[in-house]
Design a protein around this ligand. Structure first.
Ligand code: C2O
Ligand code: CU
Length: 576
């Protein structure tokens, strides 16, 4: 027998193979499987039982947890009478547009008895996002947190919290919301306002018949808690505060920000904000109110109620007999229309822009767009009476185009080159006629309608100015863009001035997010790189405005290279 051995050779091969595999595993992340059974469930709130649409009978729905780099696979099975689709709000969906979820934009809805598997990878993001239904008003009860942890072994750029707690804000109606929005769309009037706001599905003690449905945050003294705040409310921006405690904002829309202290957080529907709460050395049994209340600027009625939870310092079990009840202290929140507070808060949010987390702000712009966003009126159809002002129908638009939902999905039409009869590519890059957007509106502005999109070549850098209009009334509109994060490079009040305002843009460390409030009676400037092929919805995240047509879509064409193209649809993609 030859005395030399093959052993060292084999072990070398195995070592290389193992480390290659490990490196691959590290890079590729793991796969997380979830099953979402959409089903009805009786839930009692405000002393009234209601049959609501849920995921797996849970309300709020389950939390999706993943690490940056992981693949997430969610099988959604629809057992309810409604058509359903689920959106993974804020997930970039790089080359996975088929999994984005907005009904009739990237997919036909999942019909009763059908299922669809959402399959996407979390790339370059870490923090808090959320998922919600994306059809009609079903997201009123179909929502839950998405928690994206940093890659294994990568620390947060802030002190490691003792505990992490998602707090998802919602809005509760006693009546059936599908009936409410369908009726409103028929009559042209404003839909009924909600009856309560909720923390993790619970309205709290400030509503009638609700104190048993109170969110409690039990804490130990002298610890740091990471609160993952999510605004899943349908129609209302919210102020949030905890009595006697300061919060440190560390992340917004799954992007780290320069930490800053505040006692009040403003969060629009569609936004997420991570804050650190450092607990004090309080007496055991000390309790503090946690409260959320609306920030409302528009002309319409709104739910001006307060949702509350309780921050409870931990009681060592042996002292429970002698509980001395401390009176609840209440936090001070701004008045509902405090735009001064809102503006100063929003301006504090800046990208962390560190070596590890640079802000990649596009410095050059290929394409400029200017969109007006706001409300409007349409004439009442003949032989009908309408509930809008002076027998009109309320509507909303972008550049005076009220978006009409197609009856099949835009992404499928785009992918198969069959746009005819589904959409047109003539969405106006600028307002069709100019007026004093934030002054007295001209009396003859008829809103047009259509399914119009903007087409962008791959890797276009876009600058978009969104200008609020005062038609009907000025109002803050939280605009959300699918498929991208954008940089909020500037904002101001009144009409945008293209000569002087760009000089004030922040191109160094602006906030990077997926949802931004267009200031009431003002404008906001955003920039993004169109590096993600597909069809991407953009809309106001106040659901009532979306219903009225404050929405549009961008089509980003494939690039030249293979990894710049949208892959074909999965075989189980729902049909219309
Ligand atoms: Cu969170 Cu298109 O929405
Ligand atoms: Cu809006």
């Amino acid at each position: 027998m030859a005395s030399f051995s093959l052993k060292p050779f084999f072990s070398l091969v195995i070592t290389i193979w193992l480390s290659y595999g490990l490196a691959l595993a590290k890079r590729a992340g793991m796969t997380r499987h979830y099953k979402f059974d959409i089903k009805m469930k009786n839930v009692t709130r405000l002393c009234q039982t209601k049959n609501i649409v849920t995921v797996n009978g849970q309300f709020p729905g389950p939390t999706i947890t993943a690490r940056e780099g992981d693949r997430v696979i969610v099988k959604v099975v629809n057992h309810v009478q409604y058509n359903v689709s689920i959106h993974w709000h804020g997930i970039r969906q790089l080359r996975s547009g088929w999994a984005d979820g907005p009904a009739y934009i990237t997919q036909c809805p999942i019909q009763t008895g059908q299922s669809y598997v959402y399959n996407f990878t979390v790339t370059g993001q870490r923090g808090t996002l959320f998922w919600h239904a994306h059809i009609s008003w079903l997201r009123v009860t179909l929502y839950g947190p998405i928690v994206i942890l940093p890659k294994r072994g990568v620390p947060y750029p802030f002190p490691q919290p003792f505990k992490e707690v998602p707090i998802i804000f919602g809005e509760w109606w006693k009546a059936d919301t599908e009936t409410i929005i369908n009726t409103a769309m028929q009559t042209g009037g404003a839909p009924n306002i909600s009856d309560a706001y909720t923390f993790n599905g619970l309205p709290g003690p400030l509503y009638n018949c609700s104190s048993k449905d109170t969110f409690k945050l039990k804490v130990k003294p002298g610890k740091t808690y990471l609160l993952r705040l999510i605004n899943a409310a349908l129609n209302d921006e919210l102020f949030f505060s905890i009595a006697n405690h300061n919060l440190t904002v560390v992340e917004a829309d799954a992007v780290y920000v320069k930490p800053f202290k505040t006692s009040i957080v403003l969060i629009t529907p569609g936004q997420t904000t991570n804050v650190l709460l450092k607990t004090k050395h309080h007496n055991p049994n000390a309790t503090f109110l946690i409260a959320a209340q609306p920030y409302a600027t528009g002309p319409a009625a709104f739910d001006n109620s307060t949702s509350a939870g309780i921050l409870e310092y931990h009681t060592p079990s042996n002292t429970t007999k002698k509980i001395k009840k401390f009176p609840l202290s209440k936090p001070k929140l701004p008045i509902f229309n405090d735009t001064t507070f809102a503006t100063s808060f929003i301006k504090k949010i800046r990208s962390l822009n560190s070596a590890n987390f640079p802000a990649k702000v596009p410095q050059k712009v290929d394409k400029h767009y200017f969109f007006t966003v706001g409300l409007g009126l349409n004439p009442c159809p003949k032989n009908r009476t309408c509930q809008g002002p002076n027998n009109t129908m309320l509507t909303a638009s972008v550049n005076n185009v009220s978006f009409v939902m197609p009856s099949s999905a835009l992404l499928q039409a785009h992918f198969s080159n069959q746009s005819k009869g589904v959409y047109t590519t003539d969405f106006p890059a600028n307002p069709q006629f100019k007026f004093n957007y934030t002054g007295t509106p001209p009396n003859n502005i008829m809103v047009t309608s259509g399914t119009k999109v903007v087409v962008l070549p791959f890797n276009t850098t876009v600058e978009l100015i969104m200008q609020d209009t005062s038609i009907i009334g000025a109002e803050s509109h939280p605009l959300h863009l699918h498929g991208f994060n954008f940089f909020v490079v500037g904002q101001g009040f009144g009409n945008y001035k293209s000569k002087t305002d760009p000089a004030k843009f922040n191109l160094v460390d602006p906030a990077e997010r997926n949802t931004v409030g267009v200031p009431s009676g003002g404008w906001v400037a955003i920039r993004f790189l169109a590096d993600n092929p597909g069809v991407w919805f953009m809309h106001c995240h106040l659901e009532v405005h979306t219903s009225w047509g404050l929405k549009m879509a961008w089509i980003v064409m494939d690039g030249k290279h293979r990894h710049q193209k949208l892959p074909p649809p999965p075989s189980d993609l729902p049909k219309c």
